[in-house]
Write a protein that binds this ligand. Sequence first.
Ligand SMILES: [Zn+2]
Length: 80
Amino acid sequence: MSGHRKLTCGEAVALLYDYLDREGAQASIEDVEEHLQICRHCCDRFAFEASLWKVVRRKGSEAHCPESLKLRVSKLLDDY
Ligand SMILES: [Zn+2]
C-alpha cells in the first residue's frame, strides 16, 4: 500500500465520469474502486450514477447527447 493515496469523497466524485467511462488513468480507477470499498456514501452514489450511465450509454447510440446529460447529472450531484 506504499505510495497509495486515499481519495477523499470529493476527489472520488471528481473521478466519477473517468471511472464510468474507463478513460481515467488506471491508477485513478483503482483509487476510486478502493474508495468505494471503504465509503458507503460514495458507494450508494456511484451505484446510482453507474445505472444512470448505462442508460445514457444505451440511449447514446440512438440520440447523441451525453454532454448535456453530464451537466444535468452534475447539477443533480451538487444538490445531493
Ligand atoms: Zn466517499
